[in-house]
Design a protein around this ligand. Sequence first.
Ligand SMILES: Nc1nc2c(ncn2[C@@H]2O[C@H](COP(=O)(O)OP(=O)(O)O)[C@@H](O)[C@H]2O)c(=O)[nH]1
Ligand SMILES: [Mg+2]
Length: 200
Amino acid sequence: MLHKKRQPRPSAAFLRSAADFNDIPQSTGREFCVLGRSNVGKSSFINHVFSNGSLARVSKTPGKTTLANFYRVSDGSVWADLPGYGFASRARTEQVRWSRLVAQYCEYRKNLCGVIWLCDSRHPGQALDREAFAWFASLSLPWLLVLTKADKLTAQEQARSLREYGRDFASGQPPVLYSTRSEDARDRFWERFTAWAGGF
Ligand SMILES: Nc1nc2c(ncn2[C@@H]2O[C@H](COP(=O)(O)OP(=O)(O)O)[C@@H](O)[C@H]2O)c(=O)[nH]1
Ligand SMILES: [Mg+2]
């Protein structure tokens, strides 16, 4: 019987948390950061993609995480789960609020190879994401756009989300749909990540 070739699936272990830039672990290897607005699904994504439900804490209260959490990955790289930007606030005065930590990390971390950028697949065109994009693109950081919570969309809506996000935030890589409810999503992510990160 023929088996579909599986992508290699790295595992990860918690390294440390950092409250400010000076706390960040010494590391010279390849590093990737996970960036996105509060509640977009960053911690859930990290747990799911590494098949380890207790790696990152999934919060019930949006905007609570102010620490960056670092993980050592079995491929030798390090991943950083950064505090989310902005808040899903009820007020209309939403604006990007970068923590100093995120700003300094993205600007000064020498071995940062790229941003795994998470946006909610249901909400293309959000002002906060546009601002975030303008900022890290200005730093010339490569990004891979991951569209979270795809299980909440129909196939047609997923196609539309891919189209709109791909148009707004075009890079050499089309966005990747993700859902923590799907094994296929995990395989697809690793396939795309390997193609993207292979060049760094
Ligand atoms: N249906 C669904 N819910 C998700 C998915 N990813 C995250 N969530 C939910 O979204 C909420 C925020 O997730 P969390 O990982 O804490 O977001 P973070 O603030 O970006 O780290 C939690 O209630 C998660 O269970 C997904 O792929 N599908
Ligand atoms: Mg989180």
